[in-house]
Write a protein that binds this ligand. Structure first.
Ligand code: SF4
Length: 445
């Protein structure tokens, strides 16, 4: 549609209310169902992959020292070392099942991502056991990037060296903020002193890439504290910085407190303030030569600093995902594992795949997914899309692009369909414009 009627701006929710804001996949997870799991099993048994996209691996480590009040992941803070050991055994058994499937046989991963939870919760010995086992099953000799998420307070020099030695190329530090009071009141386990120590040693032993994560809008955030945090982040000169805007999904401690006290609005800054804080951070980093490369990232040197996992995820790579609650995509099918610890471990130990829901998106939904995810990077090449899918997104999404243009968020640059800075700061809510009607949630943050 090319709309003649000007569209009004999407309704704004100024306050931060409960619910998810960040768009991580498409179609939304609510459409992945247990009844589609047989489709996933059939896709694994196919003698050759339907397409031959790059293969990546995701490993979920669901343990943390304590649960942050804003956390919405499935994490466990009470597992002892024998349970952790049992979990590592389960991960390797799960991977062995995949390695024996025709669709994986012979393929080697191009990238590996350890996420959580807290991968750095594991001891050096546990990490070695896990990664040696993984490499035996699917060798890493063609791996170009290994990302590892770490909570600064868990990182001794010895552990950092072990992480470096196992082949990690991209260390991602969950800093979130540099103010100890903000860290404490939001339930983080680490303090700023631990960030400084871990960062210094990680630099000393030459990780090829260090990313730090920050969150704009944590409980009790102020203009002054945010400016101080940004200044400290700039001073560290990380290779990249990922900045999230605080959201308050239903399964967070913050939402539980809101519910108990009958509050509808979360005790954090409104969305306009959070965008302004991210914008401030972007400008401070740009002033010292960084480049904004997505709605959440700045990098010091975009020629050298790549993020192959994200590139794979956004361009339809196969992602062999293992671990409790993890999400993956293999041979045309999305899948998610059991989201409770024991059912996951029990299923693997019984020789079954621990998958509890799946979805086979039709071609048009794969197209929407890739377009939307790539738009999060700020611009998309229409010609590349046409070459890959056979359709020009300028035609396929004419109506949605026209709406974004009327709102002033679109930069039209021939081949490149681009988003303005203002649009990029609120990209996740704008992506709903590309959803099929049956997938829209109507939530605009
Ligand atoms: S460290 Fe990360 S995964 Fe663990 S509780 Fe905090 S936010 Fe959640």
């Amino acid at each position: 549609m090319s709309s003649a009627t000007p569209q009004s701006l999407p309704p704004l929710r100024h306050e931060t209310t409960a619910g998810n804001y960040f768009v991580a996949n498409y179609p939304p997870f609510a459409f992945w169902k247990a009844e589609f799991v047989p489709q996933f099993e059939a896709a694994l048994s196919a003698s050759t992959p339907r397409l031959s996209p790059p293969l990546g691996q995701y490993v979920h480590i669901p343990f943390c020292r304590k649960r942050c009040h804003f956390c919405y992941f499935k994490v466990y803070t009470d597992k002892d070392s024998s349970e952790v050991r049992g979990y590592i055994d389960a991960l390797l058994k799960e991977l062995a099942v995949y390695a024996s499937k025709p669709v994986i046989g012979g393929r080697k991963p191009k990238f590996v991502y350890f996420g959580g939870g807290t991968p750095s919760y594991l001891s050096p010995d546990q990490l070695k056991l896990l990664t040696d086992g993984m490499k035996r099953l699917l060798p890493w000799d063609e791996v170009e990037e290994v990302t590892f998420e770490a909570e600064p307070g868990t990182l001794t020099d010895h552990k950092l060296q072990a992480i470096r030695d196992m082949g990690v190329t991209r260390l991602s530090l969950g800093v979130e903020h540099f103010d100890d009071h903000i860290l404490e009141i939001n339930g983080r386990a680490h303090r700023s002193k631990e960030v400084a120590r871990a960062y210094a040693f990680a630099r000393e032993i030459s990780f090829p890439q260090i990313n730090i994560d920050l969150i704009a809008g944590m409980v009790e955030e102020t203009d002054e504290k945010w400016r101080e945090t940004v200044a400290k982040a700039v001073a560290l000169q990380p290779d990249s910085v990922t900045i999230y805007q605080m959201e308050v999904p239903y399964n967070t401690g913050i939402y539980q407190q809101m519910k108990a006290s009958g509050k509808l609005v979360a005790p954090v800054a409104d969305w306009e303030t959070k965008r302004a804080w991210v914008d401030y951070a972007y400008r401070e980093f740009e002033n010292v030569g960084y480049t904004v490369t997505s709605g959440t990232t700045v990098v010091r040197d975009p020629v050298k600093v790549k993020f192959i996992y994200r590139e794979g995820l956004f361009t339809g790579a196969d992602i062999l995902s293992i671990g409790v609650a993890s999400f993956g995509h293999l041979n045309g099918v999305h899948y998610q594992n059991h989201h409770e610890f024991q059912p996951y471990v029990d299923a693997v130990n019984a020789g079954k795949l621990p998958v509890y829901r799946a979805l086979t998106p039709p071609a048009d939904e794969c197209y929407i997914r890739e377009f939307m995810l790539q738009l999060k990077l700020g611009s998309v090449s229409a010609e590349k899309f046409k070459a890959k899918f056979g359709n020009d997104p300028r035609e396929t999404f004419a109506a949605s692009l026209s709406t974004l243009k009327q709102w002033g968020f679109l930069t039209d640059n021939g081949d490149r369909i681009g988003i303005t800075r203002e649009g990029l700061l609120q990209i996740d809510r704008l992506l709903q414009e590309f959803f099929k009607p049956e997938h829209k949630t109507g939530r605009y943050a």
